[in-house]
Write a protein that binds this ligand. Structure first.
Ligand SMILES: Nc1ncnc2c1ncn2[C@@H]1O[C@H](COP(=O)(O)OP(=O)(O)O)[C@@H](O)[C@H]1O
Ligand SMILES: [Mg+2]
Length: 330
């Protein structure tokens, strides 16, 4: 078997300098993701938060190599997916599973849920029906669904939360090392959201998973994440342990996001309300501004911000920020 460069960091997932672009029309290119790097360890959830269109799903798809990023590397358990041929990649892909926003449409409406959950085993070639049934039942129990009650029902007979439990059970059948949840609770009612978030916290430990939890909702991200990365226009502008990020944010964009959803931060000067971007700024993911991508919307911006893009650098143990003038830490 061909060997692939190993990053030997011990992380389940490591992405290095990922870049994703889309050509639209003859001359326009959307830079959806630029120079994104991070690691996720076993039994750790990294939250990825940012407004709609900032590149979260493009990054998730690039990790899955669907399609591969135009540059950068993705390591899973130290092995470089970006360097694998199609066959090796197929084998490795089952180590990462995704759970999407709309559980009803990601399940086959004409298939009973027990069969849907068994599907990955069938694909893996588990021929023994008794074994498949027994593994499906124990997985249903692990995600809080009574197999006797639910295995013969169709998705339309389940609630949104129950459908999402089915999606999670199916994702776990191949015993992945990692789960990517892309807006997985965004379509659910708040009380159901809380139950699914508790389930995700539980399975992270029970199955020893690394998790990338993607959401536009800061309050949701806070409930499941160990660390949080804030994304703005395709780049990570701040990354820190969850308590640190929510109590002492240092990037102006993070402060703006937090001010919008939570109580104003105690002991902190509140940033001027975010300026409403004009149409040029809204379409500027195709032509990002020079310098810091946030500077057209930043009330603290200085000349340097328009001239030079800040690099993501560590300002304290595990706390990274890409800002020339980060909020002073109190
Ligand atoms: N297949 C595609 N073709 C062209 N542009 C795309 C495609 N997928 C995403 N984009 C663009 O890339 C940017 C990031 O999109 P996306 O990753 O879906 O953001 P998010 O998940 O954060 O809402 C957006 O400007 C979006 O319009
Ligand atoms: Mg998305």
């Amino acid at each position: 078997m061909k060997t692939y460069q190993s990053s030997k960091t011990g992380a389940v997932l490591e992405v290095r300098d990922i870049q994703v672009s889309f050509n639209i029309g003859r001359k326009q290119t959307i830079h959806a993701v630029s120079e994104v790097s991070f690691k996720i360890n076993r039994e750790e959830t990294l939250g990825l938060v940012g407004e709609s269109g900032c590149g979260k799903s493009s990054l998730a798809r690039a990790i899955m190599q669907l399609p591969p990023p135009i540059s950068g590397q993705v390591f899973v358990d130290g092995y470089d997916l970006s360097a694998m041929d199609a066959m090796a990649l197929r084998g490795f892909r089952s180590r990462i599973q995704m759970v999407f926003q709309d559980p009803a449409s990601s399940l086959n409406p004409g298939r009973r849920v027990g069969r849907s959950i068994a599907e990955p085993l069938r694909i893996q070639g588990v021929k023994d029906k008794t074994e498949r049934i027994s593994r499906v039942r124990s997985m249903m129990a692990a995600v809080g669904l009574d197999p006797e009650q639910y295995e013969d029902l169709f998705p339309s007979q389940l609630s949104g939360g129950q459908c999402q439990r089915v999606s999670i059970a199916r994702a776990l059948m191949t015993r992945p090392d990692m789960l990517i949840c892309d807006e997985s609770v965004s379509a659910l009612d708040v009380s159901v959201q809380a139950q699914i978030l508790n389930l995700l916290n539980q399975i992270k430990v029970d199955f020893g998973l690394a998790m990338l939890f993607i959401s536009h909702d800061l309050a949701v991200v806070k409930r499941v994440s160990d660390r949080v990365a804030v994304m703005y226009k395709g780049t990570i502008c701040e990354l820190a342990p969850v308590q640190e990020l929510y109590s002492r944010p240092t990037h102006p964009y993070t402060v703006v996001l937090l001010n919008a959803v939570l109580q104003p931060l105690p002991g902190k000067r509140r940033l001027a309300d975010i300026k409403v971007p004009n149409r040029n700024e809204l379409s500027s993911s195709t032509a990002s501004p020079c310098g810091c991508r946030f500077h057209p919307r930043c009330s603290l911006m200085k000349r340097l911000c328009a001239e030079q893009a800040p690099r993501l650098s560590e300002i304290e143990n595990g706390h990274f920020v890409a800002c020339h003038f980060p909020y002073s830490k109190t």
